[in-house]
Ligand binder design. Sequence first.
Ligand SMILES: *[C@@H]1O[C@H](CO)[C@@H](O)[C@H](O)[C@H]1NC(C)=O
Ligand SMILES: *[C@@H]1O[C@H](CO)[C@@H](O)[C@H](O)[C@H]1NC(C)=O
Ligand SMILES: *[C@@H]1O[C@H](CO)[C@@H](O)[C@H](O)[C@H]1NC(C)=O
Length: 491
Amino acid sequence: MKVLVLLSVFWLPGILGQISNKKFPESFQFGAATAAYQIEGAWDEDGKGESMWDRFIHEDPDRVKDRQNADIACDSYHKWREDIELLKELGVTLYRFSVSWPRILPNGTPNKINQAGIDHYKTFIKALKEAGIEPIVTLYHWDLPQHLLELGGWLNEQIADYFGEYARIAFKNFGDDVKIWATINEPKSTCLIGYGAGDSPPGLKLVADGVYQCAKVQLLAHAKAYHIYDDEFRAQQGGRISLVLDTTYNEPASDSDADKFGAELETEFNLGWYANPVYIGDWPELMKTRIANRSRQEGYSFSRLPEFTAEQLKYVNGTFDYFGLNMYTGLTAQYTGEFDIGEPNYYLDKGTSTSHGADWTPSTVSWLYSYPVGMRKLLNLVWNKYNPGTIYVTENGWASDGSLNDQGRIDYLQAYLSNLLDAILEDGVNVAGYTTWSLMDNFEWTEGYTQKFGIIHVDFDSPNRTRTFKESGRWYQKVVATRCLIDSCDE
Ligand SMILES: *[C@@H]1O[C@H](CO)[C@@H](O)[C@H](O)[C@H]1NC(C)=O
Ligand SMILES: *[C@@H]1O[C@H](CO)[C@@H](O)[C@H](O)[C@H]1NC(C)=O
Ligand SMILES: *[C@@H]1O[C@H](CO)[C@@H](O)[C@H](O)[C@H]1NC(C)=O
């Protein structure tokens, strides 16, 4: 309730709950998003190498909620023509998908290139372009080649060099047709889930230090790819390149100064952690001082948050051409006060506790609540704090039970898109495009097929992996065609 009171004071133009009756600008691009591991299948076909996800799940099926795997998934490696037909039917002009690193470099190393993998993506990208759909190509959506994991994965700075080699091969082969690149998807989730909680590969619980080292290596890898593009390809290919960051919008749990500080901490330790080095230069000051302070009290003579050298700072700073933003939900945040010194831990460093607003609509997934005005507020925050020039909302979507009648997803998308439109028209934020998550139901990592994010249903019981539009897919199709979120917009 308190949150609502705050909103009505600061957000006069957008009356809560009211869907905009304005049209999206003609230049705004609608699209949909997927990721290689979640849809492609063909996990060992035509020379593809093993990814750390292949290994992690094959090694122990119990790591996945429904004991399923992504060996076939949506079978998009074979059914990509059908996927393009779906995109055409939706009428979208953007498709965000990822290239599987081990599909084109089976070991992740540049000495052995899998031509079948190169050909697959070349053909796919050409067909997309012919259909009038612009690709946003993510280079790394979590499927690290297993060999590189054995080399130390995202804890080893050398992985940044390997990522650079891979990126160069992708730019060289696909760059004539790709004008929007995303280097790394959601580094925060990779580091916190894979190297902190240990619930995704490599399954490490290094919540004191590994999570921070992982962040540094991913940022160096991103920067490496950016500079290779900048130095060797940009002049000829003329595209744009950045990374994709995920965050919640964090509301203070009350209007106390302590909770406002809690929300700031939450934002800096999630979004600022990655955005600050790229868009401003260096880690957020709050992280630097807090982690250094706690490290000292824990007996370290250096900070568990690894410093960038002066050279690295400069190398990472400014490596963006747009801001790729994944946003699904909000949180309410409280400052807990300083935790006692004990086992070093990212969450103790952060010093917050989080929840959700009492009146936010829950989805079928524990972390996902509908908090539409958070979209507008987050876009304003990103715009004002990071000055990115252009923002793409590269993921946003709703989880439901998978039925074709998915009014909850329509309500969610309508309200979020309305707030996105308000950010453009009322607040002057340059949001150039939106790729909803997801084009279709797919393999949701360790949740298996239990979480359905698609606007198109996939029948995972059929060998055909039959695709069927949900009601939200039809609704989105109409929005794309009319550029209007309601029956009829102001002209
Ligand atoms: C990052 O780069 C910008 C633009 O060149 C510059 O203004 C800023 O001072 C740099 N940040 C740091 C911490 O060096
Ligand atoms: C370091 O932490 C201690 C204990 O939490 C606190 O009292 C002190 O103000 C902190 N110092 C700095 C420089 O943040
Ligand atoms: C799969 O597709 C083929 C070809 O369209 C069709 O003949 C067959 O009946 C389908 N099978 C299922 C289980 O849907």
